[in-house]
Ligand binder design. Structure first.
Ligand code: NAP
Length: 257
């Protein structure tokens, strides 16, 4: 059977854990080479080792433009091309606006939104030269529905969806497709930290928060990293050939509620 990303080169940010690691694994199963780019260099090496020779670990902070440019240059030098960028690295911090330190707001916007701009900007010259490319932005249903205590995260993810649409329009003439994915609740380090912080900020037990999270989706369950990875495979592959500027929900139907 033909593999859907045979020989393609992908940079996946925040790929040492969670959703990013699942995306990098699936891409490599489908024949891609993946740069496992993460702020935790040791964890990136572990994740790359688990995949094997198709994976290359890189330590970077996605909010640092020099780091981002260095990572893209290293990927081009090693593989000669960049076909796919997955802007996946993210952080979640919970606070009511009235209590939120400015530094928290800025950190959440920096990692989730500004870094999406920095990484996209860095790969575009290679993609424009190749006259093809795929940019996959991991947003969130928090970019489509509001949530108390998650205003910074929600604003950032809303921004990611807006950025996706504008960039898609800018680069369509270069045959570069830009799409976003909006996951619902997925039990990863980020998801679990968000639920713990949410319980603390609201002053309720974690069990109460988890009961609410678990019953929020019409499908009545949490999602998995693999479900998000399958959508990220679709938008990076030739199966997705006439779709750009879209934001696909992988959310169990939460957005409809
Ligand atoms: P995760 O398990 O915490 O993985 C995120 C990875 O990004 C971690 O390895 C993290 O490293 C890394 N990272 C954080 N800051 C970084 C930086 N400045 N530079 C480079 N790497 C950085 O989280 P996840 O749940 O898989 O989240 C992946 C994406 O999905 C995020 O954009 C998130 O907003 C989105 N999302 C998640 C959910 C959910 O419920 N899990 C729902 C909707 C959307 P450290 O662990 O060392 O910080």
């Amino acid at each position: 059977m033909t593999r859907r990303l045979e020989g393609r080169v992908a940079i996946v940010t925040g790929a040492a854990a969670g959703i990013g690691a699942a995306i990098a694994r699936l891409y490599c199963v489908e024949g891609a080479y993946a740069v496992i780019a993460d702020i935790d260099g040791t964890a990136a090496e572990r994740a790359a080792d688990a995949i094997g020779a198709q994976a290359m670990p890189m330590q970077l902070d996605v909010t640092n433009e020099a780091d981002v440019q260095r990572t893209v240059a290293a990927a081009r030098e090693r593989f000669g091309r960049i076909d796919i960028l997955v802007n996946n690295a993210g952080i979640m911090r919970k606070s009511y606006v009235v209590d939120m330190p400015e530094a928290m707001w800025r950190a959440v916007l920096d990692v989730n939104l500004t870094a999406t701009f920095l990484c996209s900007k860095a790969v575009l010259p290679a993609m424009i030269e190749a006259k093809r490319g795929r940019i996959v932005n991991i947003a969130s249903i928090a970019g489509k529905v509001g949530e108390p205590t998650a205003s910074a995260y929600s604003a950032a993810k809303w921004g990611v969806i807006g950025f996706t649409r504008s960039l898609a329009l800018e680069v369509a003439r270069h045959n570069i497709l830009v799409n976003a994915i909006c996951p619902g609740p997925i039990p990863t380090a980020l998801g679990e930290q968000g639920w713990r912080e949410g319980a603390l900020v609201e002053g309720v037990g974690l069990d109460k928060v988890m009961a609410r999270v678990g019953s929020r989706a019409p499908l009545g369950r949490l999602g998995t990293v693999e479900q998000v990875a399958k959508m990220a495979l679709f938008v990076a592959s030739d199966d997705c050939d006439f779709t750009t500027g879209s934001a696909f929900n992988v959310d169990g139907g939460i957005v409809m509620t």
